[in-house]
Design a protein around this ligand. Structure first.
Ligand code: KG4
Ligand code: ZN
Length: 345
């Protein structure tokens, strides 16, 4: 089954052609072609994503990108006649409503024009399946740890096509906490990758930043207090020599990693999953990847880390979600709509 997948929920315009094969345990998704256009340089001057700017950039880019994925797959001729695909998948939420509508409108048009089924995919479920791209499916039940710029969530998957949110952030997401501290340190948007790069040269135990909600018995997160304590600490420094800046990055990162690892461990002990799946932009963070892997090993639980090229927003993961969990997302093009607050259910 070949699927054209589209992702425009935030600041990356992305399209992919994927091929799903097999069923049940043998289901697999391989990527035929994929392209993405990051809007980061556009948003940098504002220090964050500006929804209106994002939507305009998606509108300009989406059609050339779709043409490019077909081109790369060798389907260039007669693109307006039905191309050799079986379905269309698109992120319909959660995300920025004006950005989502660009991808959703394109998908509706293709589905109508080519008379193909369409899947309105939840972006978070896409991140869950990013760890399964071009690999065998993991063993279920699984616990997904989704850490991105907009979300920090623990999701329970009793089987491949069923999920339930069991923990979430009450305020800022992990990526947001990275980005906001990065901004205060003077890094260009997004600060996460820059903090993690500089953290390699710093001492994670140098500054004792708070570990919010670590001792609470629930599986929820909160990063707003950490962000405030980062700002207060910075304001107190008369100077920030390079070594101290690296120590601040390493210590701040360690606080985030400790909270994510501890809450994940709590969920493992409570529910005994066979596999932990990691996903979302912050899944590119090496300190988090190794700390989670070590904790899972200690608890004799397998962990599936996504390849770094699939951690950020991409369209292949949206196609994978549609293939692995089709019933959850199948709809008809007239019913397909952007759902900015699309909750996992
Ligand atoms: O999943 P994603 O591409 O977009 C959303 O759906 O939000 O995640 C983007 C987030 C940003 O906050 C970015 O700073 C963070 O992922 N990020 C990182 C790293 N790479 C990206 N955070 C920490 N360490 C990294 N290496
Ligand atoms: Zn995302």
């Amino acid at each position: 089954m070949k699927i054209l997948a589209i992702e425009t929920s935030c600041d990356d315009t992305a399209a992919a052609l994927i091929e799903g094969s097999g069923t049940g345990k043998n289901a697999r998704v391989k990527i035929i072609s994929q392209v993405a256009a990051s809007q980061i340089p556009l948003h940098r001057r504002y220090g964050g994503v500006v929804p209106e700017v994002a939507a305009r950039a998606h509108a300009e880019t989406i059609m050339p990108l779709v043409a490019e994925v077909f081109d790369q797959a060798g389907y260039k001729k007669n693109i307006l006649a039905a191309p050799p695909i079986d379905a269309i998948a698109v992120t319909c939420g959660p995300g920025l409503v004006t950005s989502l509508w660009v991808g959703v409108s394109a998908a509706k048009t293709f589905a109508w024009l080519w008379n193909k089924p369409v899947f309105g995919v939840n972006h978070i479920v896409g991140h869950i399946f990013s760890a399964c791209l071009e690999r065998a499916l993991p063993e279920f039940p699984a616990l997904a740890v989704i850490v991105s710029g907009g979300h920090t969530e623990l999701i329970w998957l009793p089987r491949v096509n069923a999920w339930k949110k069991i923990g979430a952030t009450r305020d800022d997401a992990a990526g947001e906490a990275f980005d906001k501290f990065g901004k205060l340190l003077g890094f260009p948007y997004p600060g996460g990758p820059q903090i993690s790069a500089l953290a390699e040269h710093g001492n994670p135990a140098a500054i004792n930043f708070p570990r919010p909600m670590l001792t609470d018995a629930n599986l929820d997160f909160s990063f707003a207090g950490l962000k405030t304590s980062g700002r207060t600490w910075l304001e107190k420094q008369k100077k920030l020599p390079p070594k101290l800046k690296a120590d601040a990055c390493a210590s701040y990162q360690q606080a985030i990693v400790d909270v994510i690892v501890k809450k994940t461990e709590r969920a493992i002990l409570a529910r005994a999953p066979r596999t932990v799946l990691l996903g979302g932009g912050v899944a590119a963070n090496d300190a988090l990847r190794s700390a989670l892997a070590e904790m899972c090993q200690k608890n004799k639980t397998k962990i599936l880390l996504p390849e770094k090229k699939f951690t950020g927003d991409n369209a292949a993961m949206i196609g994978a979600a549609a293939y692995f969990a089709p019933r959850a997302f199948k709809t008809t093009w007239p019913k397909l709509a952007a759902r900015p607050n699309f909750e996992l259910q």
